[in-house]
Design a protein around this ligand. Structure first.
Ligand SMILES: Nc1nc2c(ncn2[C@@H]2O[C@H](COP(=O)(O)OP(=O)(O)OP(=O)(O)O)[C@@H](O)[C@H]2O)c(=O)[nH]1
Ligand SMILES: [Mg+2]
Length: 323
């Protein structure tokens, strides 16, 4: 994604244009010619500065089109997709309108020999320019806010097979992510969790996978979430190719197995259709003997099996772009 520019307020935009225009003074062969050339240059500069700035916003803010994708879903959640598109549309509208008025005004000034008419044309154009910019002031503000929100959207690679780790706090998610990851996992911001999500990488020969730890997201029943939180959680579903749900049968995490199984059910419902691995952690301190797969990230017991199981599921994931 190209760097998103800072969006000026309507006042800043006008100041920028008029301060530049006010410095312009063109030489002329006589008083009328001087007045004309100066007015033409001022109108051109003020109109162009604003139109170019607005078009720059349209070019450099990300285009968000694809439905059923992780990113639009998140943008809709955190920014509001309809308003976003509308505000970019307003930039476009204003830039085109300014361009048209500018050309009209330039034509009128070129044609005349009346110094007062030149003056009134230039002032009229300034007035219209200010009025157009005023009309889009809310959109400018919205885009500046959107810029700040884009900054904290997670930097997840959309075309990398991804395993997401879920389970109650303290069941051993982070320890597992570290044990699976080739390097220190990075923390990426994510809406509605103050802790951010944690992204590690698994290397499988030449292939690389993402492993995502979800503190504060998949550690409460979805029914207990408000609508927006739920959407943020389910947005994750778009990039989850395999879900690993961790149960801590030692209950040293502070949650009973009953509660943990209820959460598992809720996550299974929310992520239906996503291949899931259920595994019990901390086998070095407690073994439930219920036949469920168990491992210890601490001692490494069964870690090769778990890793192998995850990788065998991720290997089957294909991306259109990668083919
Ligand atoms: N004995 C033992 N302790 C473990 C194991 N895995 C994790 N723990 C311990 O359990 C506690 C919680 O582990 P974390 O990996 O931080 O758990 P988490 O699920 O990431 O917790 P949150 O980030 O709060 O959601 C820590 O004290 C770990 O040292 C394990 O395999 N064996
Ligand atoms: Mg953790």
């Amino acid at each position: 994604m190209a760097r998103i520019p800072t969006v000026l307020t309507s006042d800043e935009l006008m100041d920028k244009a008029f301060s530049r225009a006010s410095k312009i003074d063109k030489k002329g062969t006589n008083a009328l010619d001087h007045k004309k050339k100066t007015a033409l240059a001022k109108v051109t500069a003020s109109g162009d500065i604003i139109a170019t700035t607005l078009n720059g916003y349209v070019d450099r803010f990300p285009r968000i089109e694809k439905e059923n994708d992780f990113f639009p879903e998140l943008v809709d959640l955190t920014i509001g997709l309809d308003q976003y598109k509308q505000s970019l549309g307003a930039m476009n509208w204003a830039a085109n309108r300014i361009e048209k008025l500018k050309n009209e005004c330039l034509r009128n000034i070129r044609r005349t020999k009346d110094p007062e008419y030149i003056e009134s044309q230039r002032n009229g154009f300034y007035g219209r320019l200010a009025s157009i910019v005023r009309q889009i002031s809310k959109d400018l503000e919205f885009l500046q806010e959107a810029k700040n929100k884009f900054r904290v959207l997670p930097h997840i690679e959309p075309n990398v097979a991804t395993v997401v780790i879920a389970g109650f706090p303290n069941v051993g998610k982070s320890k597992l992510v570290s044990a699976l990851s080739t390097a220190e996992p990075e923390i990426a911001p994510y809406p509605f969790t103050t802790k951010g999500i944690i992204i590690g990488h698994i290397q499988d020969g030449w292939r690389k996978y993402q492993v995502i730890d979800t503190p504060g997201l998949l550690d409460r029943s979805l029914d207990e979430r408000n609508a927006i939180e739920k959407q943020a959680i389910l947005a994750l579903k778009y990039l989850t190719h395999v879900l690993v749900f961790i149960l801590d049968p030692s209950e040293s995490c502070g949650y009973s197995m009953e509660k943990q199984l209820a959460l598992l059910e809720s996550v299974e419902r929310g992520f239906s259709g996503v291949p899931m691995i259920v595994a019990e952690s901390k086998s070095d301190i407690f073994i439930a003997n219920n036949g469920r797969f168990r491992f210890s990230a601490q001692t490494g017991a069964n870690m090769d099996e778990l890793r192998g199981n995850i990788i065998s599921k991720l290997r089957n994931i294909r991306f259109e772009e990668a083919e």
